[in-house]
Ligand binder design. Structure first.
Ligand SMILES: [Fe+2]
Length: 400
């Protein structure tokens, strides 16, 4: 293990110990074996960090078993521990003035534990669903040959050997059923390890479209090791775009398809996969219609300034917890462009919620999605000035 990983481990153990002090302290009198049982539980639940950090050091490729039965319970436990410790602490403080700190603390643990269990079950069920969302995007002056062009967007697949094959098969089937002109994958194709391109290829290697299958880098593809991930995707016959644009044509109408690098690669010039928006758009003529794939929607304002027409992004997962009707998600708290469609002047951004999940299998409100984008020319005069006529989800989305 490299020295920095030892530091991470030490910090984690201190943090974890503090959380266990609250939760374990409250639970110990109720458990057979008391403090010793709490200590054993704590050790059992922190041990996976060693396996995880070993993998991050690049020396191991965790199996489906390890990811499902070691990593996943670990992340569940860490998240639950944090919430339970906060609830327990609040209960302790609330009960203190009444001389009932421990009782109120335990009560809070019980209530919050029940809520966590219910939410966890609901969220897990969400990851097993698949929404096929039709998205009509309108552009004034769209070249006639692009009218009705269909682009299927997959994003944040995070495929690993542990990913449900049934879910992957349903995604592939949804893509085929949409009969797209173009298939795009907007980053985070793999789940943190370069060899994850193998299950990715088994699931999606057979996909094809008249204008091709095109992918860009997401932060997790960079963490996994960008060069081997890129080569793996190219071996599938996919076109991988990093800070470049290619000219394409449909029904005699030329347009440009561009792909950026990802901020996980650093600042422009830091690494071959760092985003360089100037370079990405350099070849695109000012009057040409352009579609840009950018994993991280934070790149969109820069792309707007460079004349991008349609930008397709992912990355945010809509926080894997959202209330679409209120256009709110956990990601909205931190990010300006967190979910759904945005328009600025002529430029449109769509932020896909991700077609699978990362980490804990949990999705409420932000269900896994295959987006079927259809391009339309816009009437010159809109019937309503404020109508969101440029980008809108059309009809009802199919939930499979
Ligand atoms: Fe992701």
């Amino acid at each position: 293990m490299v020295p920095s990983l030892w530091k991470v481990m030490a910090g984690f153990l201190v943090w974890n110990g503090a959380l266990w002090l609250v939760v374990g302290g409250l639970l110990a009198p109720l458990l057979p074996g008391g403090g010793r049982t709490v200590l054993a539980l704590m050790l059992l639940l922190v041990l996976p960090i060693a396996v995880i950090l070993r993998g991050m050091g690049g020396r191991a490729y965790p199996s489906a078993f390890a990811r499902t039965w070691i990593f996943r319970p670990f992340w569940y436990a860490q998240l639950a521990l944090l919430v339970l410790a906060a609830a327990g602490l609040a209960g302790l403080l609330l009960g203190l003035p009444f001389g009932a700190a421990a009782q109120v603390g335990r009560g809070a643990l019980g209530v919050v534990g029940g809520v966590l269990l219910a939410a966890g079950t609901w969220g897990y069920a969400g990851t097993r669903r698949l929404v096929v969302r039709p998205l009509d995007v309108r552009f004034a002056g769209l070249p006639r040959g692009l009218e009705g062009m269909r682009i299927v967007q997959l994003s944040d697949l995070h495929v690993g050997p542990h990913t449900s094959r049934r879910h992957l098969a349903r995604i592939a089937e949804a893509v085929r059923s949409a009969e797209p002109d173009l298939i795009v994958l907007t980053g985070d194709q793999v789940d943190d390890y370069a060899r994850d391109v193998e299950p990715l290829g088994r699931a999606f290697g057979g996909l094809a479209a008249p204008l091709g299958v095109v992918a860009v880098a997401g932060n997790h593809d960079v963490y996994a090791g960008w060069e081997p991930v890129r080569r793996g995707m190219e071996r599938l016959g996919w076109r991988v775009l990093v800070n470049e644009a290619i000219p394409l044509e449909r029904d005699g109408a030329p347009f440009w398809l561009a792909g950026t690098g990802d901020p996980a690669g650093g600042r422009p010039g830091d690494s071959p996969v760092a985003p360089d928006l100037q370079r990405t758009m350099a070849a695109v003529p000012g009057d040409a219609f352009s579609i840009v794939l950018a994993h991280n929607p934070a790149l969109w304002p820069g792309l707007v300034r460079l004349g991008a027409d349609l930008t397709l992004s992912g990355h945010t997962h809509h926080g894997q917890l959202s209330v679409p009707r209120l256009r709110w998600s956990v990601a909205s708290v931190f990010l300006e462009h967190a979910m759904g469609a945005y328009r600025e002047g002529r430029s449109v951004l769509y932020v896909n919620p991700g077609t699978n999940f990362w980490g804990i299998p949990f999705r409420i409100g932000a269900l896994p999605e295959v987006t079927v984008v259809t391009l339309h020319g816009s009437p010159v005069v809109h019937s309503r000035e404020d109508a969101p006529a440029v980008a809108q989800a059309s009809g009802s989305s199919g939930d499979r």
